[in-house]
Ligand binder design. Structure first.
Ligand code: 0PR
Length: 383
């Protein structure tokens, strides 16, 4: 019911606190199955100060638009490209939709098809449905990377592009992007890399000496990349990233907004009005942490993942789905349903809908949380 009269701030706030008391919070250490984390305090400061900026009308907020461009420039350079074209968007879903939209609009085929790994995120299902693009699912290898030969065999005259994943949602697996890039070049098709999760992990992990395949614009077949600052980038939700190698992809999805208060613009994003503050926070966090700062965050997460995987293997009835590649550890158990239910009952924020339990070692997850989790898991497994 819409209240007739307003209540005092204190009263409203305390009611809100009461209502949200049942939420799991990141600082409790109980959320182990999410790709989000408690945002960096500096990013929160930026959001508060610049909360009114709207990048949907960039003519009004000219400075913010330039900052967004600089953020895209810094992300592009992290991904091996001197000058990229893109936006800070609402998340990986919007970024993926924009990539598919650009590929479809440029392909000019009547019955567009997109080839993507069976491990791809469900955002592509939304993209396919909204854009009228048929999804052609490619098989996975035993190590859960996409089978590149199967991708190649599925190419037809209707194919508008190929998707590879750098950090799969379920297992954090990085596809053989160099091989996919070669196939894409051979057939003159654009390759989109979904690095929504891995984009803020792989470059730093490589810097630490972890052996991971190339996945970015250094590979000539890669035409677009999704990279989400609201996952491992420590920026508050919503902050996704889409970057294209060439301006033609942005042009292909731009719509004229002729009457805005700040003047006419061409708009490529799905959202119209959109938060400038989050784009500024992306810029600010990159400036504040730098490559070394992110490397340190990734170092801790990667080391914790390896330790955690080792501990899991010692528990009878528990097995890893595969050795961790990034900071995601997924495991199966005997009586998985019962184990999941019991873990949830004990207050753990995890899910097992893929046939295994996925733990994402985000920056808010610390060793003591995992030790507690392992104690619970051992107890549950003893039955
Ligand atoms: N691409 C990949 C590889 C992803 O893993 C995700 C999200 C997306 C795209 C879509 O990103 P947005 O959710 O930003 O649109 N993967 C997580 C998942 O489905 C999202 C998530 C985040 C789920 C926090 C739960 C959660 O608590 O697992």
């Amino acid at each position: 019911m819409f209240p007739e009269r307003g209540a005092g701030e204190e009263e409203v706030l305390s009611e809100l606190r009461r209502k949200t008391a049942e939420d799991l919070t990141f600082d409790s250490g109980r959320i182990l199955g999410s790709m989000c984390t408690y945002p960096h305090p500096f990013a929160i400061k930026i959001i508060t100060e610049f909360i009114d900026r709207n990048l949907g009308d960039p003519g009004l907020h000219v400075g913010s638009r330039k900052v967004e461009e600089e953020a895209i420039e810094m992300l592009s350079s992290l991904l091996g490209l001197e000058r990229g074209y893109g936006h800070i968007v609402s998340g990986g879903t919007e970024a993926n939709i924009l990539a598919v939209r650009a590929f479809r609009n440029l392909a000019d085929v009547e019955k567009p098809e997109l080839i993507l790994p069976k491990s791809a995120h469900f955002s592509f299902i939304k993209a396919g449905e909204m854009l009228g693009v048929k999804l052609v699912w490619a098989e996975l290898n035993e190590d859960y990377t996409v089978n590149v030969r199967d991708v190649e065999e599925k190419i037809t005259d209707n194919t508008i592009g190929i998707v590879g994943i750098a950090g799969t949602t379920g297992l954090g697996v990085v596809d053989d992007i160099p091989a996919l890039s070669d196939v894409a070049l051979d057939y003159g098709l654009p390759l989109h890399v979904d690095a929504a999760f891995g984009g803020f992990v792989i470059p730093f992990a490589k810097g630490l000496g972890y052996e991971l395949p190339d996945f970015d614009f250094r590979l000539k077949g890669v035409k677009s990349i999704t990279i989400d600052p609201h996952k491992m980038g420590m920026v508050p939700i919503p902050a996704g990233g889409i970057i294209f190698r060439e301006k033609k992809y942005i042009d292909a999805i731009s719509v004229l907004a002729p009457y805005l208060a700040g003047g006419r613009i061409w708009q490529a994003t799905i959202t119209g009005t959109r938060p400038g503050a989050n784009a500024l926070a992306v810029w600010a966090m990159i400036k504040h942490l730098g490559f070394e700062g992110y490397k340190e965050i990734v170092r801790k997460a990667m080391e914790l993942s390896r330790w955690f995987a080792g501990e899991l293997k010692k528990i009878p009835g528990v097995y890893l789905i595969r050795e961790p590649v990034l900071n995601i550890v997924s495991f199966g158990t005997e009586n998985l349903e019962r184990v999941e239910e019991e873990l949830k009952r004990r207050g753990w924020g995890i899910s097992a809908h893929r046939g295994y339990i996925r733990i994402v070692l985000m920056p808010h997850v610390r060793k003591e949380h995992l030790e507690e989790f392992l104690r619970d898991l051992r107890e549950i497994m003893k039955g």
